[in-house]
Design a protein around this ligand. Sequence first.
Ligand SMILES: Cc1cc2nc3c(=O)[nH]c(=O)nc-3n(C[C@H](O)[C@H](O)[C@H](O)COP(=O)(O)OP(=O)(O)OC[C@H]3O[C@@H](n4cnc5c(N)ncnc54)[C@H](O)[C@@H]3O)c2cc1C
Length: 387
Amino acid sequence: MPIKTAAIIGAGIAGLTAALALARHGVRAVIFEQAEALTEVGAGLQISPNASRILNTLGVLDALQPVWLEPKEVRLVSGSSLRLIASVPCGSFARERWGSPYGAVHRATLQKALLDAVMTNPLCTLHLGQPIDATNKQALDATIGEEADLIIGADGVWSKVRTLVPDGPSPHFSGNIAWRFTIPEALASRVLDRTSVTAFLGPSAHLVSYPIKENAAFNIVANISGSSASHDWNAAGTKAQREHLLSRFSGWNDNIRTMLEQQEKATFWPLYEASAGRWHNGKDVILIGDAAHAMMPFAAQGAAMAIEDAFELAGMVASRPLIEALDLFEKHRTPRIARLRQRAAFNHFAYHARGPVRMARDLVLSMRPPQSLAADLDWVYGYHAIG
Ligand SMILES: Cc1cc2nc3c(=O)[nH]c(=O)nc-3n(C[C@H](O)[C@H](O)[C@H](O)COP(=O)(O)OP(=O)(O)OC[C@H]3O[C@@H](n4cnc5c(N)ncnc54)[C@H](O)[C@@H]3O)c2cc1C
């Protein structure tokens, strides 16, 4: 028998989307979030057509489109000479080719749009300030206050719900650091494109920039390799860590270097990923989003995969016996996530290439027309989630 009630741990992108997707099938969703309030944390997110299609079905896209930026292109640019290496068209091209828009938005804007929809849905309940210690199912049921048919661990890369899943994934440091900051548009260097997503590439580093229209600011993420013992996201970083960041950008265009030197407020994000492992306990607990498969952001698909997971899981548990649905979800999602991890690893290799590999990369990319580069992404952006 399909389920009636699900308890969702975590009100991030995965948890909120799961609640809406379950409610769409008449399933009651009770969300438990450790934070007292869902405040403005994080920075920019790119929402590709595979995810925006789902947000549209859930009635959330209309709240985003008036405020987000639909980039004209995603551009790959040399970090030293600023020469355009390659570009993939977005804007109306994305709408036509992949059947849904590509947008860039602040994470807080997406979370708020999902939250507003959750708060007005009679089948969804949200409890804030409720950290769940999920080391055993009975304690969890006691906190939840009833026996939910299904517990969904949407509690991010440091998931505690994982302890309820034998042979589940575990997090490890990826060897990469992201430095994030925003710059008011009025103060931003002219090398930052106002209409597109730009990835500036250099040996062992790349820097992604795009406007966050609703904040009149640019979102900047500088990605480098590095070492870290910290679990903190959003930390200020030490003096030595800042010096290490700048050393990775030596030889880059002066405007970009100056922008990095002046960023007192840049935050240091060690990037952790989750190893492969089981996502459900064969009974009544399942992991989704970063809890299941936190991955490197180099394909810009972390949030999109959380949205796809939530939508597809809801469709499956609402239409078949629970254990069959959990099994089907894992079998169906695992190959796509594995392929995306490979794509992110390939992007990392290609973006940070040096010497002859870099020259070969630039030559190959410059010979390929934008439409042909777009075709490489059909399997990511053209995906129609089953819901
Ligand atoms: C603060 C923050 C900022 C981010 N900013 C960006 C960004 O700018 N750009 C980007 O590409 N990606 C960002 N990410 C990552 C991106 O959002 C994720 O890859 C993607 O959205 C997957 O989301 P998720 O819902 O699976 O996990 P998360 O977004 O990590 O959400 C997990 C939620 O679970 C809650 N939680 C954790 N443990 C417990 C517990 N024991 N009990 C109750 N609740 C719990 C957390 O407070 C959080 O709200 C951010 C993540 C976080 C947490």
